[in-house]
Design a protein around this ligand. Structure first.
Ligand code: FES
Length: 143
């Protein structure tokens, strides 16, 4: 049912945890199942130097979060914004149809973190880029 890559990223997720002093933090909830992903980034000169995540969700959500963080690490914010859940699924050799919604979490969390980065730098006045706002972002303290 799951590809070897999905099982590997689920069993050995990369980039799990928090970044102390992160200058970009995003958190989104999945409207379909209530699962949550929080992502932390250290962005220097528009390049994502480090990224970590915590996902309270199913195996597919954890695997896609892990792969997505690997795919944006070292990229510019614009490159990271262009990352789609489809590209993450392809990198994982696919997901079962009924688990496709799980991959949306990582894409939205990355967008939310970058929106936070832009907001902190005065480049955006949007409150949140989450399509389905879980209102947890108000817990994030501004530096
Ligand atoms: Fe919730 Fe997969 S079932 S993210």
């Amino acid at each position: 049912m799951y590809s070897e890559k999905v099982m590997d990223h689920f069993a050995n997720p990369r980039n799990v945890g928090e970044i102390e002093g992160a200058n970009a933090v995003g958190e989104v909830g999945n409207a379909k199942c209530g699962d949550i992903m929080k992502i932390y980034m250290d962005i220097q000169d528009n390049v994502i130097k480090d990224v970590k995540f915590k996902t309270f969700g199913c195996g597919a959500a954890i695997a896609t979060s892990s792969m997505a963080t690997e795919m944006v690490k070292g990229k510019t914010v614009d490159e990271a914004l262009a990352l789609t859940n489809k590209a993450v699924m392809e990198a994982l050799d696919g997901l079962p149809k009924e688990k496709i919604h799980c991959s949306v979490l990582a894409e939205e969390a990355i967008q939310s973190a970058i929106e936070d980065y832009k907001r902190r730098n005065g480049e955006s006045d949007k409150d949140s880029k989450c399509e389905f706002c879980c209102h947890k972002c108000s817990d994030v303290t501004e530096e």
